[in-house]
Design a protein around this ligand. Structure first.
Ligand SMILES: NC(=O)c1ccc[n+]([C@@H]2O[C@H](COP(=O)([O-])OP(=O)(O)OC[C@H]3O[C@@H](n4cnc5c(N)ncnc54)[C@H](O)[C@@H]3O)[C@@H](O)[C@H]2O)c1
Length: 269
């Protein structure tokens, strides 16, 4: 296969796939840096998928749909607040009905209140865990029976699941739990030919990443792989791969998208 044919194959690797992305919005005005969900939706649509973009903020989801339409792709927006379990089944149903089934699910939604142990309350603990962990369990539970063989689920986790540097125990715990949830979903999905994998993100330059840096300026003071943060587009490429048939024998893995940070590969100035 020539180089040109190879890049054409990658560009259409999700042709006709029906994919729901949860946490798919974009903030007003700001296209750069892109949020992970927005960049993933665009990358999937550019690879030929029809994408249902779900977010608690309908206008944010509609902005992503607008970006996809501008790029010549097909997408629809859905409003759902997944911290409320009662809204999850309806969201999955609406996406599956509108797309005519589901081949892929990207659980990108995540929140962080950056509260240290001393400031934790049952309420702020639940607020993070309900979105970052409970929602993922129930999204997967309701999506699995709707998914076609060859389908793929991608969980979006963080290197915070492996180290406590952010003094953010609810977030760190919620992301660590995704590893076990992903394995459970992979086991349940296997008889139906459905895979589940996790991307473990390092420092990514998104609006959420910038907010974290504002709250904790030392976040970027540490040595970084290649001397920079990752981009949402680099995250999107990994998600696209895991959703595609190119990853057909890759199941229940945690793929770091961190430039090598968790392996200690950092550039010291
Ligand atoms: N940016 C980073 O450095 C970084 C690092 C590691 C992991 N991550 C993970 O990447 C994912 C996306 O991060 P981002 O930086 O693009 O953040 P973001 O805040 O820009 O995106 C999250 C999206 O989820 C939506 N959302 C939040 N709560 C919701 C709810 N209850 N129901 C439905 N939608 C809801 C938001 O409206 C937003 O559109 C998160 O899971 C985050 O933990 C980010």
């Amino acid at each position: 296969m020539s180089q040109v044919q190879k890049s054409e194959a990658a560009a259409s690797c999700l042709e006709g796939r029906r994919i729901l992305v949860v946490g798919a919005g974009r903030s007003p005005g700001a296209r750069q840096p892109a949020a992970n969900g927005n960049a993933a939706c665009l990358a999937l649509a550019r690879a030929g998928a029809r994408v249902a973009c779900a977010d608690r903020d309908l206008e944010a989801a509609e902005r992503t749909v607008g970006d996809i339409s501008e790029a010549g792709g097909q997408a629809m927006a859905l409003q759902a607040d997944v911290s409320d379990v009662a809204q999850i089944e309806g969201m999955i149903d609406r996406a599956a009905e509108a797309l005519g089934g589901l081949d892929g699910l990207v659980l990108n939604v995540g929140v962080s209140h950056r509260t240290p142990l001393s400031g934790l309350t049952p309420e702020n603990w639940d607020a993070v865990l309900n979105v970052n962990t409970r929602a993922h369990v129930f999204c997967a539970k309701y999506a699995l029976p709707r998914m076609a063989p060859g389908g793929s689920i991608v969980f979006v986790s963080s290197t915070a699941s492996r180290r406590p540097g952010g003094r953010n125990p609810a977030y760190e715990t919620s992301k660590a739990a995704l590893s076990a949830i992903c394995r459970a979903v992979a086991l349940e999905g296997q008889p139906a030919g459905i895979r589940a994998n996790t991307v473990v993100l390092g420092l990514i330059d998104t609006p959420m990443g910038r907010a974290a840096t504002q709250a904790r300026p030392d976040r970027l003071a540490q040595p970084m792989p290649f001397g920079r943060q990752g981009t949402a587009e680099e995250v999107a490429a990994a998600i696209r791969f895991l959703l595609s048939d190119e990853a057909s024998y890759i199941n229940a893995v945690e793929l770091p998208v961190d430039g090598g940070m968790s392996a200690g590969i950092v550039l010291r100035k």
